[in-house]
Design a protein around this ligand. Structure first.
Ligand SMILES: [Zn+2]
Length: 77
């Protein structure tokens, strides 16, 4: 169960240790987050498609960036 305290790592229950579950939460959060598009400058438009692939839902541009986090410095126009 994903409560406020345990976050998305709640599905693991008490398993795998606190540190690992905290880490999973951090990565899960940043991968579900919406990011600003560096091409069309639209806010919160870039979402994660798959491992390292991000897409802007407004201008449909695909980006190769971080695996679990969108980073603009990785992206070349
Ligand atoms: Zn865009």
């Amino acid at each position: 169960m994903a409560t406020k305290k345990v976050g998305a790592a709640g599905k693991f229950g008490p398993r795998y240790g606190k540190k690992l579950r905290d880490n999973y939460n951090k990565i899960h959060k940043s991968s579900k987050k919406k990011y600003n598009c560096p091409v069309c400058a639209r806010e919160k438009s870039v979402t994660r498609v798959s491992f390292g692939v991000w897409r802007c839902k407004t201008c449909k541009t695909k980006f190769a960036s971080g695996a679990f986090e969108f980073r603009e410095e990785n992206f070349k126009k």
